[in-house]
Design a protein around this ligand. Sequence first.
Ligand code: ZN
Length: 182
Amino acid sequence: MVKQEYINQLVGVQGHRVLALHFGENRKTGDKELVIELGRHESKYRCPCGRELDTYYDRSTRMVRDLPYGPYQRSWLSFPQFRVACPDCGVVTQELPFVEPRLTYTKRLAAEVALSCRETRSLKAIAAQYHLNWKTVKEIDKQALEEELPRPAETPARLLAVDEFSIQKRHKYGTTVIDAEA
Ligand SMILES: [Zn+2]
């Protein structure tokens, strides 16, 4: 039997340990599926403001998509999501280091998908590779671009010329915007 600590290391989710692994198969597609059930490691609950609390307000179970594990191309992390009653902030959802609030996939999956989007392949191909919806891939790509690209400078331009060009036939487009007078 593989030691518990090795499994924790393999899954590698900060502040959490693996409680159970559920192996399955998608009835429609036949894809192998894995649900990794996580439990909390830490005893304190931290409000997004930084204050540490001994107890929580309430908890729910949250499930988000994670990286593929070997043949398990579709995998989820299932973990408790706590809300804390902070004396300063009121009842707020605890922040987690591995997933953004309200998103349905881990930060590390988003990072991999965003990297694939840089390869000028179609969103559809990337969605197929990660067994994700293409809308999710588009959302991740957009989010990553917003974080990476500098905000455009304020410009006094009065007349703009816009042109769209194709990077890879029909799959990816770039847009050029220039000051038509300058
Ligand atoms: Zn707070």
